[in-house]
Design a protein around this ligand. Sequence first.
Ligand SMILES: Cc1cc2nc3c(=O)[nH]c(=O)nc-3n(C[C@H](O)[C@H](O)[C@H](O)COP(=O)(O)O)c2cc1C
Length: 329
Amino acid sequence: MSSATMPTAINRTFSIAPMLDWTDRHYRYFARLMSSELLLYTEMVTTGAIIHGKGDYLAYNQEEHPLALQLGGSNPEDLAKCAKLAAERGYDEVNLNVGCPSDRVQNGRFGACLMAEPDLVAQCVAAMNEVVDIPVTVKTRIGIDEQDSYEFLTEFVDKVSAAGCDTFIIHARKAWLQGLSPKENREIPELDYDRVYRLKQDYPQLSISINGGVKTLEECGEHLKQLDGVMVGREAYQNPYLLAQVDQQLCGLDKPVLSRDAVLENMIPYIEKHLVSGGRLNHITRHMTGLYQGEAGSRAWRRYLSENAHKPGAGIAVVHEARASMELK
Ligand SMILES: Cc1cc2nc3c(=O)[nH]c(=O)nc-3n(C[C@H](O)[C@H](O)[C@H](O)COP(=O)(O)O)c2cc1C
């Protein structure tokens, strides 16, 4: 096997949730600088985009490993084709999205609505497992609409695990397929962590990670007493410096914690390379506006970047100026 196809060992203790438009390869590079242990997920990529699209939807930086590709789709053959491509490109895991409630996604018959079709999800998982050696995992919800009993969830898990999926990431909130926007459905209805704990107790042989509403590493520590992993979405994006202590606090690694300035400094060569290749500054810096959250001057940092980084020709000086603007406060 070449190094590109040798999967990196996966530690599921802490992962960053797949988030469309947010967890692109620039954000993921930035996140990886702060933790060698966390597991990264790509934004959801549909099988249609991969198979018929013109762009390279599977591109990533080698530094991102361990990295999971999240797929959106429900056609077993297409999913198998995409999973195989992902494995060939060196992804460490393929994850199926059975959690997104968006209308657009439902029309394509994938996302959370698939929870109502456990046999189809099982076929999808089996088809992917047949063609790859990397783990095939599922991210789902605790229920959908009125189908929110514990038995509904266990029937889903029974069928999908029998098809070869031994790792589930459960967003501890049911999906409402009508009447709520995906954004609203990330706050309503309320979270039910106990249901995910119960699932782990009943399925000790499966790896179960919890997702939804987690904001601190202390909360992660509490969940980890009961579960195999915690997946964090919005907080990991809006307050990314949280990630700087994942390795020490959650994974037991004995290593120094990088300062915020050190993280910034480590991003500079990456940004410069991107600029030299014709990329725009704000494609990267838009993911970094939360770096100084909670620090004096963080608003100045954020404002300077959002007012200047998108301008044509904006270069690395804008980043240094944004940092300097914090001191003027
Ligand atoms: C901007 C945004 C985009 C998202 N895109 C995806 C996606 O592509 N695939 C997916 O499974 N979930 C997606 N989600 C849901 C998150 O993965 C996660 O389940 C949800 O935000 C709850 O976790 P949190 O409370 O830690 O943010 C998205 C969430 C946000 C905020």
